[in-house]
Design a protein around this ligand. Structure first.
Ligand code: AMP
Length: 327
């Protein structure tokens, strides 16, 4: 049995029991961990408490429909609700809560804490994913599990840990996955078909990124992706962040960033990854945030892009100097 976090898990379970209406929300521009954790938690609460009204909210994303269908909710139904916020630490990035009045907020998240803080809050930066936390909550409380819930949680864990490759993948991750598989008996190999299905356009676009990424002497890899290129390769603005982890373990690069033009919102959407320097402080400076080694930001003009690249390059330079002087 897994024996940590028992107290907060008891408190969360008590809150779930207390409320008749529960909303579950996650961040804008969701990834598999955000979608899978909200749908899995909703389905588990519904299975355990069939009389409660439980909604997983936020904009639907067509390519993630295999995780399950999201809910539309009427704002007036929510006045006495518990809002459970998953996989996001800042209120401004929670999707679908405009016009909604809730009674209490409760967060379950593996990002560094920011402004969301309810009376019950579970932030675990050592967890590889929010799905790992939701799996732990279900495994250690009376919340029920079925094979669909277990499949969603498994896919969220695999996706956010990049197949158990990234830091924050710990012995606890494997222990939770072991318990999840043992209890649910899911056949997990076919699930990779959902997670890793991609088009030849995406592979050709990855070729474009590999051929055009610039690499500085200090080990910063960066590429600015204009809207024309997105169109030419028949991909979308979310594709670069789906591909960014594939540039890990490139010998010449320690920090890498994709800066994608988002014409609709008149910004540049930025993904950043690192194999050494901590990048989320730099991301916060540019309208962003995230994890120590995986962050995002938003840039609005060329000067900001230049400053941002300069800051990341300095970070690499400092890191390189510190690493060499430690040898
Ligand atoms: P991405 O590169 O889009 O996969 O994002 C990497 C991490 O940074 C995720 O944990 C995101 O939730 C977080 N993130 C991305 N964009 C932002 C932003 N504008 N503000 C705060 N966090 C962000």
């Amino acid at each position: 049995m897994i024996i940590i976090n028992n107290n907060v898990i008891k408190k969360i379970y008590r809150k779930i029991k207390e409320y008749d209406t529960i909303l579950i929300a996650r961040h804008v521009g969701p990834d598999p961990d955000a979608i899978a954790s909200t749908i899995a938690l909703r389905d588990s609460i519904r299975l355990t408490f069939p009389n409660k009204e439980v909604y997983a909210i936020g904009l639907s994303v067509a390519k993630f429909k295999f995780y399950g269908v999201l809910d539309k909710v009427e704002p007036e139904k929510c006045r006495n609700s518990l809002l459970m916020v998953l996989d996001v630490p800042n209120i401004s990035r929670v999707d679908g809560i405009e016009n909604i009045e809730y009674k209490e907020i409760l967060k379950i998240d593996h990002h560094p804490a920011e402004d969301i803080k309810g009376p019950v809050d579970w932030t675990d930066e050592t967890s590889c994913s929010t799905c790992q936390m939701v799996a732990e909550l279900i495994l250690k409380s009376p919340l029920k599990l079925d094979s669909k819930i277990a499949s969603n949680l498994y896919m969220g864990i695999v996706s956010d840990s990049d197949r158990f490759l990234l830091s924050y993948t710990t012995s606890k991750t494997f222990k939770i996955v072991y318990e999840l598989l043992k209890k649910s008996h899911i056949d997990f190999v076919p699930l990779y078909g959902y997670l890793y299905d991609r088009s030849i356009d995406e592979i050709r676009f990855q070729g474009y990124l590999s051929s055009n990424i610039k690499i500085t002497e200090n080990g910063l890899g960066y590429i600015i992706i204009p809207n024309d290129i997105i169109k030419e390769y028949n991909v979308d603005i979310a594709t670069p962040s789906n591909l960014i982890n594939n540039f890990n373990y490139v010998r010449e690069i320690i920090v890498w960033t994709f800066i994608t033009e988002d014409v609709k919102n008149k910004v540049y959407k930025v993904s950043i990854r690192s194999r050494g320097p901590i990048i989320n402080k730099t991301a916060s400076k540019y309208n962003g945030g995230g994890h120590k080694y995986a962050s995002g930001a938003k840039l609005t003009n060329e000067q900001e892009i230049e400053d941002f690249i300069h800051d990341l390059d300095n970070l690499c330079e400092k890191y390189k100097r510190a690493t060499i002087s430690n040898i």
